[in-house]
Structures are given as C-alpha cells and as structure tokens.
Design a protein around this ligand. Structure first.
Ligand SMILES: Nc1ccn([C@@H]2O[C@H](COP(=O)(O)OP(=O)(O)OP(=O)(O)O)[C@@H](O)[C@H]2O)c(=O)n1
Ligand SMILES: O=P(O)(O)OC[C@@H](O)[C@@H](O)[C@@H](O)CO
Length: 225
C-alpha cells in the first residue's frame, strides 16, 4: 500500500516559550522536523512528502531537509493546523492514500506506520493511539463529576491515515460548516464515517512544552521503539 504524507510544520510553538518554531529545535545535531521527515524517507511505502511551513520559514525548511528526496513540496500554512493541512491538500496531486503526521512527533515507529497501512486499506480511515495510564475523571471546575471507564478511551496520536477522496471530502465539509477540530479524524467522524484505531507507542510524543524536550532527549539517547 503506497501513500503520501502531509506534515504540518507551520505552527508557532507558543507553548514551548522559545522565540522560534519548535520544529527547528535540534535533538542532538538534528532538527525535530528532519527527524520526523526521515521516518517517512525510510518507509518504502511512502511515495511523497508534502509539508506546510510558515510564510518566511519555507526556505529554512528546505535547507533543513536537504537530501530528503521524497519531499515534493513545502506549502504555505494557515491560521490553525487544520488550515495548514487543507492548504497542502489543495496544492498536492490527488493520490490514493494520505497520512497526516505532526511535524512535532519525531518518534513514530515503523510498526505504527505498518499498522495504519493495513487498517486504512481495509477501512478507509485509521488513527493510532495509546491506552491512558492514569485514572481519568470528568470534572466541572474543581469538582469531580464522574470517573471515566479508561478501557473505553485512548490518547490519540498521529499519523492518521485516510483514503484521499474521503479526507478531501471531510476537509471541504469542515470548511463549509466552519468546524474547528484538533485532529483530522474529527472531520471524518463529522461525515458519519467510522474511523478505526490501531496501536501507537508511548514514545510517539508530540513535542509541545519544555518538559517534552527532556523526554525527547532521553528517547534519542535510548533509541525510539
Ligand atoms: N497553524 C498551524 C498550527 C500548527 N501546525 C503544526 O501542527 C503540528 C501540531 O500542532 P501543535 O503541537 O499545536 O504546534 P504549534 O501550533 O506550533 O504549538 P502551539 O499551539 O504551542 O503554538 C505542529 O507540527 C505544528 O507545526 C501547522 O502546521 N499550522
Ligand atoms: O490541540 P493541539 O494544538 O495541542 O494539537 C492538535 C493535534 O496536533 C493533536 O490533536 C494530534 O496530534 C492528535 O493528538
């Protein structure tokens, strides 16, 4: 199963409190965005990589990704993650399957990619995640309303994998209905389509806040799953 991956990298990284985009942070010698892209350079089933970058950072991204032969385009991002991805979807060639993967998740495993490929080929829409390790409660202000059955929830990661036509339809529908989402699956769910779930790894963190950098450095040191 061959696919194209869209990697949004056009955020501000504001929760990282640095004065530059967090995907440019180096872990060892390598920028986060290059580590992420290399995961897909190495997967023989990934045919093309398209990124979203902030206006003014597109040349920096091309520089950081020098020699990454599958990178076919770096497109201008938008106000929110979903607008960045929609811009890429509109700019790239139609294809069979599309993965969407955060530029800030450099530790996705090959097994996670393989699981998603198998699932999306069967179900048209597949996401990955991990079981929560903590007890989960629904709250109102500082009061507990209920304890959630944690066997019925997952913490969702990327990549998320879709048939191209389905994802295009979902993004068009979201734009027309002004839907605000935090992942791509929410748009497909809004069409009434069933989305399947496969396993991710606890290493597949999204680098979001300063403490994530310490975790990321320790994953680099030990090697990711
Ligand atoms: N307008 C945006 C916002 C986010 N992203 C990308 O989407 C991914 C996940 O988003 P998030 O972790 O929220 O990144 P930021 O928006 O950069 O972080 P923050 O919300 O702290 O500013 C990141 O790789 C980020 O670069 C994007 O392409 N376009
Ligand atoms: O809401 P945030 O801006 O932190 O992140 C949005 C998405 O990147 C995130 O929901 C996916 O990575 C799936 O977890």
């Amino acid at each position: 199963m061959k696919y194209t991956v869209i990697i949004p990298a056009a955020g501000m990284g504001s929760r990282m409190h640095m004065n530059y985009n967090k995907v440019f942070i180096r872990l060892g010698d390598t920028p986060v965005i290059r580590m992420t892209v290399e995961k897909f350079e190495k997967d023989p089933d990934c045919e093309a990589i398209h990124l979203a970058g902030r206006k003014g950072e597109i040349d920096i991204l091309w520089g950081m990704l020098e020699g990454c032969a599958k990178v076919k385009g770096i497109h201008e991002g938008g106000r929110e993650r979903q607008h960045s991805i929609h811009n890429v979807l509109k700019a790239m060639e139609p294809t069979g399957y599309v993965f969407v993967h955060d530029g800030a998740r450099p530790f996705v495993s090959q097994a996670t990619l393989d699981g998603l490929k198998a699932s999306v080929a069967l179900h048209q829409a597949a996401i990955c995640g991990v079981k929560p390790k903590d007890t989960l409660k629904r709250i109102s202000g500082d009061a507990v309303e209920e304890t959630i059955d944690r066997t019925s929830v997952i913490a969702v990661h990327t990549p998320q994998a879709f048939e191209y036509d389905l994802l295009m339809q979902a993004y068009r529908h979201a734009a027309e209905n002004d839907l605000s989402v935090t992942d791509d699956s929410m748009m497909v769910e809004a069409l009434g389509k069933r989305v399947h779930v496969t396993a991710s790894t606890y290493d597949n963190i999204k680098i979001t806040t300063e403490e994530d950098l310490k975790v990321a450095e320790s994953i680099v040191k030990k090697g990711s799953e």
